[in-house]
Design a protein around this ligand. Structure first.
Ligand code: ADE
Ligand code: ZN
Length: 324
């Protein structure tokens, strides 16, 4: 199975570029940019990654990104991920970034987007890895701040395909962002949102109804509502599931408790993704292997995760056809 998964063409749809910042690069950039962080060694950084829920993870994640300052930093971060895609036979990736993590500490929006976009373009021209870029709003911040961020994104509309919504769900329901999502749709952005990860199943209904998202990031709490699962199946609404992340953040107590195999069998358009691979110790192959090892899935089942991801991607129909 491992050889099969390695060789399988893979598509990643749920990846936070800031979540690819490895301890080695964090320390290197802290030195290069003279940013003070509370870690001296790789072992210090690893020891700090003792989070067990999303809020604790998010606090560390926000601190780590303070080492990213220049366009070159964002390029280097993204390029390292693209090289990993090449190694893992990931042919297409739709990556998210969190502009508010950077603009709040004085890094210009354009610095972030230009650095990421340059690496993505180079990934396409030199390594033939195609990509799309998704801008996430942080749901723990206000809608006013999200509206400001949308405004900052307007000059970069050609580089950003969709807007999304991330960070911790409790206390931050989807309707808080109804207006900014509507404005984003009017401006031509597609929409996605994290829902049903550390929040209730109702959040999944609400991102569909109130934010009109094209697909759902995580969405694993859908199993709490039979009608919702039927709706996802009949409408082919994709879920971008992140198995290792879910276990690491306590969404499921162990991989064999995860519902991904059940959802696949029931006909939900589920996909496998890595979320924040540097933090959850696993890129795409690790996530595919973890699922294959925990459940009795066939090679055809594993290939279905990839064909679902092609279907769920924001590629054009010609580009999708070329991947099939
Ligand atoms: N941002 C980065 N990773 C995230 C996750 N797993 N859930 C919500 N927001 C995130
Ligand atoms: Zn995520």
């Amino acid at each position: 199975m491992e050889g099969f998964i390695r060789a399988l063409p893979k598509i990643e749809l749920h990846l936070h570029i800031e979540g690819t910042l490895k301890p080695e690069m964090m320390l290197e950039l802290a030195k290069r940019n003279q940013v003070s962080i509370p870690y001296q060694t790789i072992a210090d950084v690893r020891a700090a990654y003792a989070f067990s829920d999303l809020s604790a993870f998010y606090a560390l994640y926000s601190l780590g990104v303070s080492v990213l300052k220049t366009e070159q930093d964002f390029y280097d971060l993204t390029w390292a991920y693209i090289e990993r895609c090449k190694e893992e036979h990931v042919l297409h990736t739709e990556i998210s970034f969190d502009p508010q993590l950077h603009t709040r500490r004085g890094v210009a929006f354009g610095t972030v987007v230009n650095g990421i976009s340059r690496a993505l373009q180079e990934g396409c021209s030199t390594l033939e890895i195609t990509s799309r870029l998704i801008m996430c709003f942080q749901r723990d911040l206000s809608q006013e701040e999200a509206l400001e961020t949308l405004q900052q994104a307007m000059p970069y509309k050609d580089s950003i395909i969709a807007v999304g919504l991330d960070s911790s769900e409790p206390g931050n329901p989807p309707d808080k962002f109804a207006q900014v999502f509507e404005k984003a749709r009017q401006a031509g952005f597609l929409t996605v949102a994290h829902a049903g990860e550390d929040g209730p199943v109702d959040n999944i209904w609400h991102v569909l109804e109130q934010l009109q998202v094209a697909r759902i990031d995580h969405g694993v709490r859908c199993s709490d509502d039979e009608k919702l699962v039927e709706h996802l199946v009949s409408k082919r609404i994709p879920l971008t599931v992140c198995p290792l992340s879910n276990v690491r953040l306590g969404v499921f107590s162990a991989m064999n408790e995860h519902n991904i195999a059940d959802l696949l069998e029931r006909g939900v358009c589920v996909t496998i993704n890595s979320d924040d691979p540097a933090f959850f110790d696993g890129y795409m192959i690790d996530n595919f292997m973890a699922v294959a090892n925990a459940f009795k899935l066939s090679k055809k089942d594993m290939a279905n995760f990839s064909s679902n991801a092609i279907e769920a991607s924001f590629l054009t129909s010609d580009e999708k056809a070329a991947l099939r």
